[in-house]
Design a binder for this molecule. Structure first.
Ligand code: ADE
Ligand code: ZN
Length: 317
C-alpha cells in the first residue's frame, strides 16, 4: 500500500514544519476561551471560511492573527504536544520544528513562556509519542534586522534548547543578505543553519542563503529549478531541499499537485524530502502529503522510500 505512511522500517523525518502552523481551528477556539480572549471569529465554520489563500502574504496574515491565542507556556506545550502526537501517527520518527519567537515577543508574550512550553513538549516527545524532537528558532525576515540580532541574543542568554536557526515569513524584498551577521553569530555559537529561500523569491536568494548565511538546508527551494547552475551546485553538494507540495498548491506557487516538479527534482538527483509546512492551513500532515502525491502525482513506492531516506539524511542529528 503506497498511500499512507512512509517507510516505517527506516523512519521518516519532518524537517519543515512551523509549530504555529499546526494550530488547528479547534485549538484556536479552545485557547481563546481558556485565555478569555474575545477572538474575532468565534465560530468554527466562520473561522474555517478564511482558509483560502492567494499567495504567501494572504496566508501569513491569518497565521499571525490566529497566533494571538497563544499566551502561556501551557498553550505552547499543548500546541507542540498535539503536533507531535499527530506526527507520530503519520509515521514521523524525527521532527525538527520551527517556531517564530519574534512573532510572540512583539505581542507581549515573554520569550520564556514560549521556550518553556515548547521545550517541555520536546523533552517528553520520545517517551510520550516515540518521536525524537528538536526545535529550530526562525528569524522573521520582514521584521527589522536589529530585532533579529536581539532575539538571537535573548535565546542564547536563556540557553534555549534550540539546535538551529532558520529564516522565514514574507520572502520577496527581504533577501538573506540582510541577515548575514545574525547567521554568522549563530554559526559561531554552534547552531545549525537552514533558511526559506526560492519559495516565492528568486534563485538568487538560494545562492545567498548558501553563500552568505551558510545554510546547510534550503526550505522550499522550488524556484532553484529556474537556474541550472544552482541545480548543479545543489546536486553536487547534496544540499537538502525541504519541499512542501501541499503548501505550494495552497499558496499558488504551483497550479496543482499534478504539475508539481517534485518528480523532476528527484530525477535531477536533488536531495529533496517532503514536509507539511503549516499542516493546519494547507490540508494535512505529512502522511496526507504522501497520500496526495500518490493519488495525484503517481508517486511510486521507490520514490516514496527515496523521499523518506532523504529526510533522515537531511536531519540535524
Ligand atoms: N511561515 C510559516 N510558513 C511559511 C512559509 N511557507 N513560508 C514562509 N514563512 C512561513
Ligand atoms: Zn515554511
Amino acid at each position: 500500500e503506497v498511500g499512507a505512511s512512509a517507510s516505517p522500517e527506516h523512519g521518516l523525518a519532518e524537517l519543515h514544519v512551523h509549530i504555529e502552523g499546526t494550530l488547528e481551528p479547534e485549538l484556536i477556539l479552545e485557547l481563546a476561551e481558556r485565555n478569555n480572549i474575545d477572538f474575532p471569529h468565534s465560530d468554527l465554520d466562520e473561522l474555517r471560511a478564511r482558509y483560502e489563500f492567494t499567495e504567501l502574504q494572504s496566508f501569513l496574515d491569518l497565521y499571525y492573527a490566529n497566533m494571538d491565542v497563544l499566551r502561556t507556556a501551557e498553550d505552547f506545550s499543548d500546541l507542540a504536544r498535539a503536533y507531535l502526537a499527530r506526527a507520530a501517527r503519520a509515521g514521523v520518527t524525527r521532527a525538527e520544528f520551527f517556531f517564530d519567537p519574534q512573532a510572540h515577543v512583539v505581542r507581549g508574550v515573554p520569550l520564556t513562556e514560549v521556550v518553556e512550553g515548547l521545550s517541555d513538549a520536546v523533552a517528553a516527545a520520545h517517551r510520550e509519542f516515540g518521536v525524537d524532537a528538536a526545535m529550530i528558532a526562525s528569524i522573521v525576515r520582514d521584521h527589522p534586522v536589529p530585532d533579529a540580532h536581539e532575539i538571537l541574543g535573548e535565546l542564547l542568554r536563556l540557553q534555549a534548547p534550540i539546535i538551529g536557526l532558520g529564516l522565514d515569513s514574507a520572502e520577496v524584498g527581504y533577501p538573506p543578505s540582510l541577515f548575514e551577521d545574525v547567521f554568522a553569530r549563530a554559526r559561531a555559537e554552534g547552531l545549525r543553519i537552514t533558511a526559506h529561500a526560492g519559495e516565492e523569491g528568486p534563485p538568487e536568494y538560494v545562492w545567498q542563503a548558501l553563500d552568505l548565511l551558510g545554510a546547510e538546508r534550503i526550505d522550499h527551494g522550488i524556484r532553484s529549478l529556474e537556474d541550472p547552475a544552482l541545480v548543479a551546485r545543489l546536486v553536487d553538494e547534496q544540499i537538502p531541499l525541504t519541499a512542501c507540495p501541499l503548501s505550494n498548491v495552497r499558496l499558488r506557487v504551483v497550479d496543482s499537485l499534478a504539475v508539481h516538479p517534485l518528480r523532476r527534482m528527484l530525477d535531477a538527483g536533488l536531495a529533496v524530502c517532503v514536509n507539511s509546512d503549516d499542516p493546519a492551513y494547507f490540508g494535512g500532515y505529512v502522511d496526507d502529503v504522501f497520500a496526495a502525491l500518490h493519488d495525484q502525482l503517481g508517486l511510486t513506492v521507490d520514490e516514496r522510500n527515496t523521499l523518506a531516506r532523504n529526510s533522515i539524511r537531511a536531519a540535524f542529528t
